[in-house]
Design a protein around this ligand. Sequence first.
Ligand code: UDP
Length: 138
Amino acid sequence: MEKTLLLLKPDAIVKGVCGQIIDRFEKRGFKIAAIKMVQLTRKQAEIHYYEHTDKPFFHELVDFITSSPLIAMVIAGENAIKASRFMMGSTNPIDAAAGTIRGDFALNIRKNIIHGSDSLISAEREIKNFFTEKELYL
Ligand code: UDP
């Protein structure tokens, strides 16, 4: 059973589409192992996005992700990492296929609605940044 971290970013909450997005993962067959609403501190955001520290968009990305609360969740199921990345679609919503979450709910490369871990190593690291072992119910 593979686990991955999903973030329904602040724009998903502002837009009021979190329920529809969670529904897609449940319908696909994934189980919710953990879920919470949280407003990130800059430090937590910088840890989460540390791979992008040197990118020109880093500061604005941290501004955005800390701007208002988000929903952090861990889903569990077969091939959770790869399957959820396909369901999310391309980073830039303009390139994301219709039927993917970003293709259906987003237009902006920064405000692209959802984060999903991109590898097993990232998933383990990212889950620990949001949840303790006790908070994981699967
Ligand atoms: N991002 C941005 N500007 C860019 C590229 C990415 O603001 O030019 C943001 C966007 O919110 C993206 C996040 O940085 O989801 C992380 O980028 P990454 O390349 O890891 O894409 P992802 O794994 O989220 O598809």
